[in-house]
Design a protein around this ligand. Structure first.
Ligand code: GFB
Length: 312
């Protein structure tokens, strides 16, 4: 990409898309194309084709997706598979047909089998059964990876696929029913501190392990890979370290300043026991994550207090 490149960020209002736009703006790119859901419904093939015919982006970041935490995924699997399949199919196909030079597709670490050896290498894709709570979402993402590679093989279209681990950061969804664990716990501890509640409830057993990547690091990796990587092999994006949900809860409580007790609700699902990515492929290309977990929690909590707490 050069400064005058026409760059389309699909999903620019979401956690990932907004971080990519911030990153591109900071780097001085002059033509960043964005459209809100009201302007262009990405589940509509006609609307997406019109957008690409009119705007002719050269580079496309496909960050539009229906995402959610463990409860949302297991409650609305039909929405997760339909909307993701529609949006990604429309955008990948339109990017190819309108002559885009390159597309970055974003998958998820939940594409790997539930009991994959840890840390998870890229070659474990399709080597075992998926975690049931997010199977519909994972299969949509796997279809996206396969579509990107099929277009590379059949049409020579330059699409690449990155697999981020669990993400967090400013602009996240803090709704307690549909969010991921990080924003949910930030909100729970924050509200418990304000109300003086003696306990905070954490779902599941607290023993599952997750790896957390700050979304600014993902945006950095996505722009890095747009410039440097032209290959159909998927690439994991993570930090290479994980924590248990219990450890995460203790860390968030400390940052928020909550001193009450943590209780576990075993009626809620744990999901995959462990999700830690092997990031050696990305490291070998010269990329490094920059945001340490504690610092990322501190800055995201500050963002939540200043922006999200009033709205949620
Ligand atoms: O972040 P989370 O919803 O996603 O949950 P997954 C991670 C772990 O945190 C699970 C526990 O073991 C949850 O039971 N947890 C504890 C909580 N308290 C809470 C809470 O208040 N809210 C939430 N949401 N979790 C998702 C997938 O799985 O991860 C998606 O469903 C996607 O497909 C995403 O891949 C990154 O890591 O379990």
């Amino acid at each position: 990409m050069i400064r005058s490149s026409r760059i389309y960020v699909a999903g620019h209002r979401g956690l990932v898309g907004s971080a990519i736009v911030r990153r591109l703006e900071r780097q001085g790119f002059e033509t960043i194309i964005t459209r809100s859901r009201d302007e262009v419904d990405l589940t509509s093939q006609a609307a997406v084709n019109d957008l690409f015919d009119q705007q002719r982006p050269e580079f496309v970041f496909l960050a539009a997706a229906k995402v959610g935490g463990i409860l949302a995924n297991s409650t609305f699997p039909a929405d997760f598979i339909r909307e993701n399949l529609q949006m990604q199919t429309n955008v990948i196909d339109a990017a190819y047909r309108s002559g885009a030079r390159k597309l970055v597709f974003l998958g998820s670490s939940c594409i790997y089998p539930k009991y994959a050896p840890q840390p998870m290498k890229e070659q474990y894709l399709l080597s075992g059964a998926l975690e049931p709570t997010n199977e519909a979402y994972a299969i949509a993402k796997i279809a996206g990876i396969t579509m990107v590679n099929a277009y590379r093989e059949q049409f020579g279209f330059n699409g690449i696929s990155l697999m981020p681990t669990n993400l967090y950061g400013p602009g996240d969804n803090f709704d307690l029913e549909s969010s991921h664990v990080m924003p949910a716990l930030m909100r729970k501890f924050h509200e418990a501190k304000l109300s003086g509640a003696p306990t905070v409830t954490v779902w599941g057993s607290g023993t599952p392990r997750r790896e957390f990547l700050h979304v600014d690091d993902l945006a950095d990796a996505a722009t890095f890979m747009m410039d440097k990587y032209d290959n159909g092999d998927i690439v994991n994006v993570g930090v290479g370290e994980d924590v248990s949900i219990g450890e995460l809860a203790a860390l968030i409580a400390e940052v928020v300043g909550y001193e009450g007790e943590i209780v576990y609700d075993s009626s809620k699902p744990d999901g995959t026991p462990r999700k830690l990515l092997d990031i050696s492929r990305l490291l070998s290309l010269g990329w490094r994550p920059k945001v340490k977990l504690k610092n990322g929690i501190v800055s995201t909590y500050k963002w939540y207090v200043e922006n999200g707490a009033q709205r949620s």
